[in-house]
Write a protein that binds this ligand. Sequence first.
Ligand code: AMP
Ligand code: MG
Length: 341
Amino acid sequence: MGYRTRMIPLLLSLGLMSSCSKEVTEQTAEIFAMNTLISMNIWGIDSNEALQQSENYIYSVEDKFSTTRVESDIYTVNQQAGNWVTVAEEVIYVLDYALTMTEETNNCFSPMMFPLVELWGFTQPRQQVPDPAEIKAVLPYIDTALLEIDYENNMVRIEEGAKLDLGGITKGYVGDVLATSLRDSGVTSALISLGGNIYTLGKKPDGSFWNIGIQNPYGAGSVGSVTVYDRAIITSGGYQRYFIQGDETFWHIIDPISGYPAKSGLASVTIISESGIYGDCLSTALFVMGLEDAIAFWRNRQDFDVVFITDEGDIYITPDLREHFTLSKGYQSGELKEILP
Ligand code: AMP
Ligand code: MG
């Protein structure tokens, strides 16, 4: 890791221009990108131009971060294992962030998960439970020591056998970039949904808070909702991508230590934080940790809020959400509990 010499404190600007026009308008768009449905509702001056820039940016992200798109930066690093590969500066930023979070979450989050994700078939139309020997064989490659970053030259190298996957962090990062750029371009309110990962910019145009539903992991509708503004609301859940084999369900969030889908007793974890990239790493990592360790992690930091839903249907919220979380009428699968600081 000799090249890890410098942090890159930047969020790339989209280069949106402010406008002299005074009219606040609403623009909406729905696009399919990053393997998910993305919707944007934007209010502000020149919001049409801002929306167009946002769409262009989202498409450019795929060309850098996709594990499956041939010639994306990450795809190329994975194909060229053993060699140094030049990547976009924002790929370096996200990788560096991921490395820090790997350390801070005691390896529950890892940017090195692709060998396991591939083995479980989550890049394929069909998934299957791998042979235990195959899982054992790739576990040594789930190790950030096999990733080197040359910060001076924006280059990355992984050792042969290792493969990167930033799928657990990219959407949160993109939410941050979009929000920063939209704000800079005069947008006063925006609701961005990247496959259910929400970013709220400002308050609603009428000045009230946004009311964001939290998906019921066991069925249609939401277990409840949170009122927020200027926050990312990011959920990781076993119900989001999974397959059933025999009578067991296997999902896409994998424990880097065991190599198996993380069965930690949690059905979903929703992080509410100012920073989307932080919330995205944490939603994945805390899902892997399980309730007890995740609560301990929150107690140590207290710089985010969280809604946990357990396999039993109980809902745990952090204390600041007491005034901001409303249980859905008719939700009877479990109890609502407040975590003590
Ligand atoms: P998320 O929906 O943010 O929880 O991210 C899940 C995606 O991140 C999966 O589809 C994998 O591509 C990748 N992933 C799975 N397990 C992990 C993990 N333990 N750490 C980091 N990324 C992971
Ligand atoms: Mg995540």
